[in-house]
Design a protein around this ligand. Structure first.
Ligand SMILES: [Zn+2]
Length: 443
């Protein structure tokens, strides 16, 4: 009886799908892929009009195309101009069943963040991590400390992948690519796992905000999608900020400063006064979680004219409106102090909270939560304090949530990823595929 109880408990704790899939095979395959992909420099570049912003992203995209072809994805194709890779994993259900299931897509980005160099990445695998800080071998000033990385202690016994301390790892988002590829390979080899039509895409320039620009949503054909680009294990995001930018222009009057008495109107004082009015509790440096902010980030000017740019961010439309109102009041107050300065406030939309659309298709997030639970992990819903490719794709007509790829400390030399997070991401992708089929056709 006792043994039976222990067995039962082990089974329950392990989650339903564990034991049904070969985690050892998945781990080997997904880690090997990550180690291969991170060695290819794919850094993107800010302020470039063309997509991709750097030619080097083509190298990884071509490798992925070849891999997909070798795995047997007959329709795999490559947008040679803009560096997108697309493929389809056909449904393994009957035509009649397949028709009832929307095509589901998985997306990861090939580019790496411009924040730190991505060339000559030399990944280090710390096998069977035993606890304690990890000093990175080629720059001993770079240490992954338990103090700052609480998740390290959850990874005891796991393999941890880091950089050598001198570059990015770019597991953001090469882990996502490795996970989608591995899930696709596993599903191909295991037709007993039933799924509808699954779409795969790899995109350029996510880190510089241009990933969706030339995304062929129609040609690709997914109705709903998931970006595999979140951080730690369990992360699931269906919410982003709403984003606007405000430009405030202060117009004064310049003249020779030696003969300016009674004539000059210096716009800079008005700009300075305006800046002093920003509420302290509504700044990026004083807010977190679901709080929005107002953030002056660019100021240029002369006596004649000053220009201030401000980010407006909030998860709710009402919060956005309230913040615009604050800026209008600040303008009024400044005008009272500087009646001879003309002040103009112009607001432009940047992106919107994708939740307004995603909440109309609750299965997208609901099935992802279920998929994670089946893989034995707890979904952690995190509102994204920024925009994602998903927020743009959602408003382009394809509701897209974001699920974890598993990396920690992205965009820096201390980036790391536990192998088990990658395994769980692969399982989550496969479970999502299976759940859509089960709920929509097989039932
Ligand atoms: Zn990313």
């Amino acid at each position: 009886m006792k043994t039976l109880l222990i067995l039962l408990a082990t089974f329950l704790f392990a989650g339903i799908s564990v034991g049904q899939v070969d985690e050892n095979w998945i781990k080997q395959a997904v880690v090997d892929r990550l180690l291969k992909y991170v060695r290819i420099d794919t850094q993107s570049k800010e302020d470039v009009r063309e997509v991709p912003s750097t030619r080097k992203q083509f190298a990884l995209a071509r490798i992925l195309l070849k891999e997909l072809q070798e795995l047997g994805f007959r329709d795999a194709r490559f947008d040679e101009e803009h560096c997108y890779v697309y493929a389809t994993l056909p449904s393994n259900l009957s035509d009649e069943e397949t028709e009832k299931i929307p095509a589901i897509g998985f997306i990861a980005h090939v580019d790496a963040s411009p924040s730190v160099t991505d060339s000559d990445v030399n990944p280090v695998v710390h096998r069977d991590y035993r606890g304690g800080d990890i000093i990175l071998p080629n720059d001993t000033n770079q240490a992954l400390t338990v103090e700052k990385n609480a998740n390290l202690l959850k990874s005891i016994g796991d393999d941890i992948i880091t950089t050598d301390g001198t570059t990015l790892l770019a597991a953001d988002d090469k882990a996502g690519i490795a996970e989608i590829m591995t899930a696709a390979e596993y599903l191909l080899k295991h037709p007993e796992i039933k799924h509808g039509t699954i779409k795969i895409a790899f995109t350029p320039d996510e880190e510089v905000g241009h990933g969706p620009k030339y995304f062929d949503i129609k040609g690709w054909g997914a109705k709903y999608a998931y970006t595999v680009d979140g951080g730690q294990r369990g992360e699931l995001s269906d919410e982003t900020f709403n984003a606007q930018v405000a430009v405030v222009t202060f117009n004064g009057r310049n003249t020779h400063p030696g003969y300016a008495k009674g004539i000059m109107v210096n716009s800079l004082y008005a700009a300075g006064h305006f800046i002093s009015l920003f509420p302290e509790d509504m700044r990026p440096e004083t807010t977190e979680g679901r709080q929005g902010y107002l953030h002056p980030y660019d100021l240029t000017g002369t006596e004649e004219q000053a220009r201030l740019k401000i980010l407006i961010r909030d998860f709710d439309t009402s919060g956005m409106k309230a913040k615009v109102k604050i800026l209008e009041n600040m303008r009024e107050q400044t005008l009272k102090e500087f009646p001879r300065v003309r002040i103009r406030l112009v607001i432009t939309d940047m992106y919107r909270n994708m939740n307004s659309v995603l909440s109309e298709s609750p299965d997208v997030v609901g099935f992802a939560e279920e998929a994670m639970k089946e893989a034995g992990i707890k979904p952690v819903k995190l509102p994204v304090r920024g925009g994602t490719d998903g927020s743009q794709l959602t408003f382009m007509g394809m509701p897209t949530a974001n699920i974890f790829a598993g990396e920690e400390n992205p965009h820096g030399k201390l980036e790391w990823i536990p192998a088990m997070s990658m395994v769980k991401s692969v399982e989550t992708i496969m479970n999502i595929s299976q759940i859509w089929a089960e709920k929509r056709a097989i039932e």
